[in-house]
Design a protein. Structure first.
Ligand code: PEP
Length: 250
């Protein structure tokens, strides 16, 4: 059975003190869940977050990493560094990385390979932009994002991949894909995976929806057959909201 997952992408928010406070609030607000619950604070707060979550079922993810194992890449963080502090999940391909830091499919394929080689699990983000949806190209765009960054992988790598469909027009905009639009795309992703691999892989991979998920819309989105939880931005920064979204996932 596929896992339900709710992951909070904190982006470049919360300093050290604020991180500690939010984690403490989350520990109180989310005592248990059938879903896997993950938070992704900034790099500088990862180690401390892990310490504060010791004994809690809430897990910690990084928001990004470099593809190289080490070397002259000023300002970057490797998979090995993340692993060495106890972080074994990483978000890759977020639309903000693609838009503001020029990350393309070819670069992401290298990051994917590096993360898997280091034994990490990946939450891989992708999704179309508004003009691509308006022109009806969204399926084609999503298919090529998946194909270019992930379809070189062998089948057994997929046990360490979580997909996060995040239509760019719905991220941080307050505009959400309707539950039907999310379901339609998630079903398409599973069909694409079945064609590229097999139905075992397609049915086994968790596909999260991301894009302005809030306490008020989470339950309906998560109720769709092919939606296995969410990647949450803004609402993950407020303990009560994130807790309500986790509760909506079951
Ligand atoms: C995100 O950044 O992954 C995201 C889904 O953001 P938001 O929930 O704020 O739209």
């Amino acid at each position: 059975m596929r896992k339900k997952i709710v992951a909070g992408n904190w982006k470049m928010n919360k300093n050290r003190e604020e991180t500690t406070r939010l984690i403490s609030e989350l520990k109180t607000a989310i005592q248990k869940s059938d879903a896997e619950v993950i938070i992704a604070p900034t790099f500088v707060n990862l180690a401390e977050s892990l310490g504060e979550l010791k004994g809690s079922f809430i897990q910690v993810s990084a928001q990004n990493m470099h593809f190289a194992e080490s070397g002259a890449y000023t300002g970057e963080i490797s998979a090995d560094m993340l692993k060495s502090i106890g972080v074994s999940t990483v978000i890759l391909g977020h639309s903000e990385r693609r838009a503001y830091f020029g990350e393309d499919d070819a670069l992401l394929a290298k990051k994917v390979d590096a993360a898997l080689k280091a034994g990490m699990r990946i939450i891989f983000c992708f999704g179309e932009e508004l003009d691509q949806r308006k022109s009806g190209d969204h399926f084609k765009v999503v298919e090529s994002q998946l194909k270019n960054a992930l379809f070189h992988l062998k089948g057994d790598a997929w046990k360490n991949i979580v997909l996060a469909f995040e239509p760019v027009w719905a991220i941080g905009t307050g505009e959400t894909a309707s539950p039907e639009q999310a379901q339609e795309m998630h079903a398409f992703i599973r069909k694409t995976l079945t064609e590229a691999y097999d139905s075992g892989i397609a049915e086994g991979v968790s596909i999260l929806y991301g894009g302005s998920v809030k306490p008020g819309n989470a339950e309906e989105i998560f109720s769709k057959a092919d939606v296995d939880g969410g990647l949450i931005g803004g609402a993950s920064l407020v303990a009560a909201d994130f807790a309500a979204i986790v509760a909506a996932a079951g």
